[in-house]
Each structure stands twice: as structure tokens, then as C-alpha cells.
Design a protein around this ligand. Structure first.
Ligand code: NAP
Length: 251
């Protein structure tokens, strides 16, 4: 792999599992110093150990993305360790409650909006000033196919992910002249604990059938797109939403 992120510092939230862990590993393999941030110290340390085992550089930092002050401390930690912050992936997210809109639990709604939408804002709120100091940077916000289409029994998740697209477009417009690019990524169903933890094989098979490509995706397939968008090869791409969905939304 090219070491095109040599000399850069990257924050990845929700990096102890699934898609975030795959992104953290690829960024490190391509030369970045990666701040692996998640709720669990042990699992974040485990991802850092995998990265170190392959010759990469990473530090763990426990932070809840729904806590704005924790996001401020995370950015300060990244700048302290790397000297500057150039890359960020606001990836942490939860699935949350499943119910029709008329029955949706209020606490479940607030929790999902707090993590999946407010968490992205709090992240960018502190990453952007640090990237301005660094002279520019690139941010990817993890949305979903459900950033552009609805899904039954998931009103909070769908609303949060649609919100992530709006936040992404606005921040991109505000900071493109100062060298910061901001994009969002829309995965379809991906083989991670968020999806597979509570589903049996039959349900997973049904979900696979929703994708014209005939299977669910792999975290590494989301990482490949995310890391492309973070790289200088995507220098004319900002404010946009990029699907990695096996054809799900083409139907
Ligand atoms: P995952 O394997 O569950 O990983 C998400 C990580 O984020 C977990 O380690 C989780 O910790 C952590 N996290 C949860 N709440 C957090 C918080 N408040 N602050 C910091 N970290 C937190 O899920 P994934 O599938 O990789 O999901 C990553 C992102 O992709 C999410 O934004 C998700 O919405 C999006 N996405 C996933 C799919 C899919 O099918 N998998 C599809 C489209 C989009 P805990 O395990 O302790 O909760």
C-alpha cells in the first residue's frame, strides 16, 4: 500500500470495532498516526496493538462522541501526540431502538440523535479549528444508505443519518476555501457487530438479498472508499455523499 498519509495525524471515532477499526488499520498502514477513539479502553488498546503489530502508529483515547467536551479533549490529545490534526473520521454510531414512528420511545430517539448526529457535530466543532491551524485537512462523516432513503422502524437512525449529510454539505461549503474538505459515506448493510450482534443467519440472508450484488459488505470495502476521500487523490471532492452499497439504492 502507498504511504500517502505519512506525516499526518488522524482521529477515528468508533474505532474499536467494525468499520472504524478497518479505517484505523488502513490509515495506519498508509502512514498516518491514528488516534483510535471509542468507549472501551480495552478494545481501543486491542486495535492499537494490531496496528503496532504491523509496524503502524496508534494511540487509544476513550471518548463518548455525544459529550462535546470529550470531543474537545480528543482533538487536544491528537494535536499533542501528532503536532497537528489533518484527518478525521466521525464514524461512531449505534443502531438503537426499532419501532414505528408513532410508537418510537422518546429516550431511544434522543440517544440516537445524541450519538449519530450530535456526535458528528461535536467532532467537527473541534476538529475544524485544529485543521485550520494545520493549514487544511479532510473529514469523512459516516452516514449510511439511510442518509438518503427511509427504512421502516428506524425513524431516529434515518433522521440522524439524513442530518449528517446536511451537516457535511454545510461544513464543506464553509471551509473549502481554507483547505478543508468534508464528505460523507453511505454504506449499505456491512458485516460488523452493529449489524450481526442480534440477527440470526436467516435474517442476515434476507438482508444480503436486498443488495443486487447478493451479499452484505465488508468493513474493508467501506474503509477503501473512506481513505480515498481522505487522500489527496480526492482533492476536488467535497460536500458530497458517496455510497458503498452493493447497488442497494440503485433499485
Ligand atoms: P460497530 O461495529 O458497533 O462499531 C461502532 C463503534 O462505535 C463501537 O465500538 C461502539 O462501541 C462505538 N460507539 C458507540 N457509541 C459511541 C459513543 N457514544 N461514543 C464513541 N463510540 C461509540 O458498528 P459499525 O457497523 O462499524 O458502525 C460504524 C458506523 O457505520 C456507524 O456510524 C453506523 O451507523 C455506520 N453504518 C453501519 C452499517 C452496518 O451495516 N454495519 C451500515 C451503514 C452505516 P460499543 O460497541 O460499546 O457500542
Amino acid at each position: 500500500m502507498d504511504r500517502d498519509f505519512d506525516g499526518k495525524t488522524a482521529i477515528v471515532t468508533g474505532a474499536a470495532s467494525g468499520i472504524g477499526a478497518a479505517i484505523a488499520r488502513e490509515l495506519a498502514e498508509r502512514g498516518a498516526l491514528v488516534i483510535v477513539s471509542d468507549l472501551s479502553q480495552e478494545q481501543s488498546d486491542a486495535v492499537c496493538a494490531q496496528i503496532a503489530g504491523k509496524g503502524g502508529r496508534a494511540h487509544a483515547f476513550v471518548a463518548d462522541v455525544s459529550d462535546a467536551s470529550a470531543m474537545e479533549r480528543l482533538v487536544a490529545f491528537a494535536v499533542e501526540k501528532g503536532g497537528a490534526l489533518q484527518l478525521a473520521v466521525n464514524n461512531a454510531g449505534i443502531g438503537g431502538a426499532s419501532d414505528k414512528t408513532g410508537d418510537y420511545p422518546l429516550d431511544g430517539w434522543r440517544k440516537i440523535i445524541d450519538v449519530n448526529l450530535n456526535g458528528v457535530f461535536y467532532g467537527m466543532r473541534h476538529q475544524i479549528p485544529a485543521m485550520l491551524e494545520a493549514g487544511g485537512g479532510a473529514i469523512v462523516n459516516m452516514a449510511s444508505i439511510l442518509g438518503s432513503v427511509g427504512f421502516m422502524n428506524a425513524s431516529a437512525y434515518v433522521a440522524a443519518k439524513h442530518g449528517v449529510l446536511g451537516l457535511t454539505k454545510t461544513a464543506a461549503m464553509e471551509y473549502s476555501a481554507q483547505g478543508i474538505r468534508v464528505n460523507s459515506v453511505g454504506p449499505a448493510f456491512i458485516d460488523t457487530p452493529l449489524l450481526t450482534a442480534n440477527l440470526d443467519d436467516e435474517t442476515l440472508g434476507q438482508l444480503a438479498g436486498l443488495h443486487p450484488i447478493g451479499r452484505i459488505g465488508k468493513p474493508e470495502e467501506v474503509s477503501a472508499l473512506t481513505c480515498f476521500l481522505l487522500s489527496d487523490r480526492a482533492s476536488f471532492i467535497t460536500g458530497s455523499y458517496h455510497l458503498v452499497d452493493g447497488g442497494y439504492t440503485a433499485q
